[in-house]
Design a binder for this molecule. Structure first.
Ligand code: HSE
Length: 403
């Protein structure tokens, strides 16, 4: 019998318990022995649950129980979650998590402790919920240099955009529904302002390029300013608006990394990714483009990845997985100034002003005085300078990259 513990009984934590219960026979068959969830750590009162007797409020019970060898950290945040993870690893227990904030900000340190103690710190669920992406990057695609990783990495914002695009639902109503479905973060600001996707693209860049990409340094723009007007303009251009996390390797080994809404062509596979689904396109220099698709958020989808990591820890109890990245001192993050893109611009002002300022590829005037422009490719720095110039005699209401 393998004994495990779960720290946190929110959406994902309760899902992890459910997966181990629902699939107990299958899991025992794979591991060759059954799993017992010995403790669930949470300060709230869950005594009415059938497994209410397993709840504890004192972390040291887990820390000091030598029977417990694998622990799920599904508390979220970087306070107690960091402290408890560190202490579990130091106590020689493997830890598995869905906590992208903790992995993105302190991952290198926790992986280092895990290495020193000969245990595992696994985080498949931290990116893409139930989609396998961390293992494929580390194993199946390990022989590649990565040219680019680009994806829809946040289920809540993809759900909101899908509702806006197809049903004309307001931003607020769609967000409320995403919260009810258990997709959103406790504070949904992290979803709608892109911070959640930013942490995820940083983790993918850390793994792809071997050094820390700090979420604090990575340019991050969310979707709270996207209007139904932009959605309709995108449609006329044959595009949909999607929030993308993207990292692109440059010839000198540095890489761009950022999160921003983009207009993407309806023919692109990413355009067909709707609702809570996520998709991640990985361009390896040997494989070419490989795409990963599935539910990026939600209770059981995310729990499935945490539970599988916990099983992996049992199977690799004596042979730890080799996962690491540096502390960021290589400064691999390249400023976006030189990143070239075509742009969508919505501008209130004169046609003359916009034609003078931008390399116009196409121009429409859906309502009098409102101009919608698709530009030829220009760099972020050029675009920023042109926006400043256009704002002197008019107003740039929206500017988004097009892929
Ligand atoms: N709030 C996140 C999302 C949960 O909507 O994608 C999964 O990380």
């Amino acid at each position: 019998m393998v004994k495990m513990a779960i720290m946190g009984h929110g959406t994902v934590g309760s899902g992890v318990y459910e997966v181990f219960e629902m699939n107990a026979d299958k899991i025992a068959r794979v591991l060759g022995e059954p799993v017992e969830i010995k403790y669930v750590l949470d300060l709230r009162d869950f005594s009415a649950l059938p497994y209410g007797h397993k709840f504890i409020t004192d972390f040291s019970v887990i820390e000091n129980d030598p029977e417990v060898t694998v622990v799920a950290e599904v508390m979220g945040g970087v306070g107690a979650a960091y402290e408890f993870t560190r202490r579990c690893l130091l106590a020689g227990k493997s830890v598995c998590t869905s906590n992208k904030e903790l992995v993105a900000t302190r991952g290198e340190e926790l992986l280092q402790i895990a290495a020193e103690k000969g245990v595992n710190y696994l985080f498949e669920a931290s990116v893409g919920g139930g989609i396998p992406i961390i293992r494929p990057l580390l194993q199946c695609l390990a022989a590649n240099e990565f040219n680019e990783i680009c994806g829809i990495l946040n289920g809540t914002t993809n759900y909101i955009l899908t509702q806006m695009i197809h049903n004309g639902v307001s931003f607020e109503d769609a967000l409320h529904q995403a919260q009810l479905n258990g997709y959103a973060e406790k504070d949904p600001t992290a979803d709608i302002e892109g911070h959640d996707a930013c942490r995820k693209i940083c983790i993918l860049a850390d793994l792809a390029f071997g050094d820390k990409f700090d979420p604090e340094q990575v340019a991050c723009e969310g979707i709270s300013h996207i209007t139904l007007e932009d959605v309709a303009n995108a449609d006329k251009l044959g595009c949909v608006i999607k929030l993308l996390g993207r990292t692109v390797r440059c010839d000198d080994g540095t890489a761009y990394a950022y999160v921003a809404p983009h207009l993407i062509h309806k023919e692109s596979p990413l355009a067909a990714v709707e609702d809570v689904f996520n998709a991640i396109m990985v361009d390896g220099n040997a494989t070419g483009e490989v795409m990963f698709y599935g539910k990026g958020a939600g209770k059981l989808a995310t729990a499935s990845a945490v539970a599988a990591d916990m099983m992996d820890c049992v199977e690799h109890a004596t042979q730890r997985r080799r996962i690491f990245w540096g502390d960021g001192s290589k400064n691999l993050l390249r400023p976006l100034d030189t990143l070239q893109s075509a742009w969508y611009v919505r501008f209130k002002g004169t046609r003359q002003a916009i034609e003078d300022a931008l390399p116009v590829e196409s121009l429409a005037e859906p309502t009098p005085g409102v101009l919608v422009v698709r530009t030829r490719r220009l760099s972020t720095a050029e675009m920023q300078a042109k926006i400043a110039r256009l704002n002197e005699g008019g107003k740039v209401c929206a500017a988004m990259r097009m892929l």
